[in-house]
Structure formats: structure tokens, C-alpha cells
Design a binder for this molecule. Structure first.
Ligand SMILES: Cc1cc2nc3c(=O)[nH]c(=O)nc-3n(C[C@H](O)[C@H](O)[C@H](O)COP(=O)(O)OP(=O)(O)OC[C@H]3O[C@@H](n4cnc5c(N)ncnc54)[C@H](O)[C@@H]3O)c2cc1C
Ligand code: SF4
Length: 286
């Protein structure tokens, strides 16, 4: 039997970047939010001096345990979907902050072309270039419409970047909030060689802070120590932007946010048009 708990205006399923950003924005405006996260709570302290490659890189400690639960997958509609039991390129997150905790932090903006891939292709090559049945579409919004949100995210996360960029990128309304990462001798070698070949090398936008930074919400984070354990690991310095160190403190500070960890949502209740609630299981107590 399920226990009915008191209603709240907003329930968010999953506390990664997306759930966390929505939680922070809503709670700042005074809306009560419950965040349900199937995994455990996390903080930077969990990673102090633990660059354990066996645990994190090979045994996927920060990711969903596929032997217990997983997604199913099929190559077309005619075959039976089977569970994915081994990790390939999709590394499913589990725990506070989601994949944002163990991501690399490469933060390219999409190119203006990406949003209008159908129209731009037709404009340049004609309709015949698109094969029959190919589901190529414009996004329905343009780069210019999304630019203020790219800008907002970059300031929130303190994205470091070079003002010299890929010449194909769209216009920026403001410069990167932090300077580019330090160039290693190997990067310098690469830069010199590619410039000589007529290319435009640039330091890529990165969510690893190149310097101490305070974001518009007043959150101060330390600079990257170049330890090199970003992907598949959490950052003990809080230098790599993740939801736990950037946005969830804002939601928590508002007094309008309640995080429920170990809460696995198994059903969304709805009438076909509108969701009215969720059914979830506390994975510790059952
Ligand atoms: C190793 C790695 C490196 C990456 N590097 C980069 C990079 O350099 N640059 C880049 O742009 N992107 C990168 N990504 C991708 C990026 O991290 C993700 O796209 C992004 O973090 C996804 O955020 P999200 O909020 O959509 O989802 P997630 O982070 O997956 O969050 C979903 C959350 O929901 C929870 N959840 C799921 N189902 C339920 C349920 N039923 N009930 C309760 N909770 C649930 C999960 O536990 C999880 O915490 C990388 C990803 C990985 C795995
Ligand atoms: S200190 Fe820098 S390199 Fe190390 S995990 Fe943090 S952001 Fe990544």
C-alpha cells in the first residue's frame, strides 16, 4: 500500500542540472518544491583525496548500478527491448547532482546553424539534398532566442573561455566570466602547429574554474587545481561546476526546497493531459 504524503505545488523528478536549475529558479521566486532523487546525497567532501580509479573510472561508482536497475533498449520497433547491463558511451547518473557531478565540463554553445539545420541546408543545397524519410528539422527556436540562457548558465557556472573562438560560433552578449584555463606545453605546441597550418585554435569553454569566482547568486568557488580527475569523478575543490556546488545551495537557502534522496519515482499519475502526482519508493526502507 502506498502512503499518501501532503501535496506540494511542484515535484521535480531527478536532481541533475535540469532538475536543479528548475528547483533553484522556482524556489527563488517563492514556490515550494520537493526534489525526488533516486540516489544518495553528495557533497565535495565525499571526494577528498579519493582519486580511486578502480572505484570511479572502472566500477562506475557515481553511476546507476546496472545489475539492479537499468534502461531497456531496442534497435527498431519490431524487436523486443532488452535491458542494458553494461556501460558503453551512455553513463547513467544516480545521486544528487546527477551526471553533472561526473561530467567533463566541456561547455560549448550550440552553433546558430544547429538550430536551423533544415532551413540552412535547404537554403544552401536545395530540398533535394535531404533524403526521403530523413527526420531533419529546425528546433523551432533560434540561437539568438536562446543566447540569454547560454549567457545566464555561463555566469552561474563561471565558465572559463577564450575570447578568440571558433569563427563559426554565434554572437555573445557578454564575454566569458572567467579567463581561459592555463596552457600546458603540449597545448602550446598544438596551438603553434595548428596556427601554422592556417587553423584557428582556441581554448575551449570549460566548467572548471580557471580562477576563484563568485557567481551572480553570490556563490564563491575555488580555482581548478589541474588534478586531472574530472570525468567520472567528483571534484573535491568544487572547482568543476556541478549542480551540488552551484544551484542546489540556492534552492536550499530559499527555505522553499525539500530534497528527498533515495526516492525512486516509479509512476507519474496523470489523466492523459495533466500530471497530478507521482508514486515513488524509498529505496532504503522500501
Ligand atoms: C562521464 C560523462 C561526461 C560528460 N561530459 C560532458 C561534457 O563535458 N560536456 C557536456 O555538455 N555534457 C557532458 N556530459 C553530459 C552531461 O553531463 C549531461 O547531459 C547532463 O549532466 C544531464 O543533466 P540532466 O539533469 O538532464 O540529467 P542527469 O544528470 O542524468 O540527472 C537525472 C537525475 O535524475 C535521477 N533520476 C532518474 N530517474 C529517476 C527516477 N525515476 N526517480 C528519481 N530520480 C531519478 C538520476 O539519479 C539523476 O540524478 C557528460 C556525461 C557523462 C556521463
Ligand atoms: S581540480 Fe580541476 S581537474 Fe581536478 S576535478 Fe576539479 S575541476 Fe577537474
Amino acid at each position: 500500500m502506498a502512503t499518501k504524503v501532503p501535496k506540494v505545488p511542484v515535484v521535480i523528478v531527478g536532481m541533475g542540472w535540469v532538475g536543479g536549475i528548475i528547483a533553484a529558479e522556482l524556489t527563488k521566486q517563492g514556490t515550494k518544491v520537493v526534489g525526488l532523487e533516486r540516489g544518495k546525497p553528495r557533497s565535495t567532501q565525499d571526494y577528498y583525496m579519493v582519486h580511486d580509479e578502480l572505484r570511479y573510472a572502472l566500477r562506475y561508482d557515481l553511476m546507476q548500478n546496472l545489475s539492479r536497475e537499468t534502461v531497456t533498449f531496442r534497435n527498431n520497433e519490431k524487436i523486443t527491448a532488452v535491458p542494458m547491463r553494461e556501460y558503453g558511451s551512455f553513463l547513467l547518473s544516480e545521486g544528487l547532482g546527477g551526471a553533472g557531478v561526473h561530467w567533463n565540463g566541456q561547455t560549448f554553445r550550440f552553433l546558430p546553424y544547429d538550430f536551423e539545420i533544415y532551413s540552412k541546408t535547404v537554403e544552401r543545397y536545395g530540398k533535394k539534398k535531404i533524403p526521403d524519410g530523413m527526420t531533419l528539422q529546425d528546433w523551432g527556436i533560434t540561437y539568438d532566442q536562446l543566447e540569454p540562457y547560454f549567457d545566464k548558465f555561463e555566469k552561474l557556472a563561471g565558465i572559463s573561455g577564450d575570447q578568440e573562438q571558433n569563427p563559426l560560433v554565434g554572437k555573445r552578449s557578454s564575454p566569458f566570466p572567467t579567463k581561459p584555463m592555463v596552457k600546458t606545453p603540449v597545448i602550446k605546441l598544438f596551438e603553434d602547429a595548428t596556427k601554422k597550418l592556417g587553423y584557428h585554435p582556441y581554448m575551449m569553454p570549460s566548467a572548471n574554474l580557471s580562477e576563484q569566482y563568485t557567481n551572480p547568486d553570490g556563490i564563491t568557488r575555488a580555482a581548478c587545481q589541474y588534478c586531472g580527475f574530472c570525468e567520472r569523478f567528483g571534484c573535491e575543490y568544487g572547482a568543476k561546476a556541478d549542480p551540488v556546488v552551484t544551484i542546489l545551495p540556492i534552492a536550499q537557502k530559499s527555505g522553499n526546497f525539500e530534497l528527498r534522496s533515495y526516492s525512486n519515482v516509479i509512476q507519474i499519475l496523470h489523466d492523459g493531459k495533466k500530471a497530478s502526482g507521482v508514486v515513488y519508493v524509498n529505496t532504503v526502507t522500501g
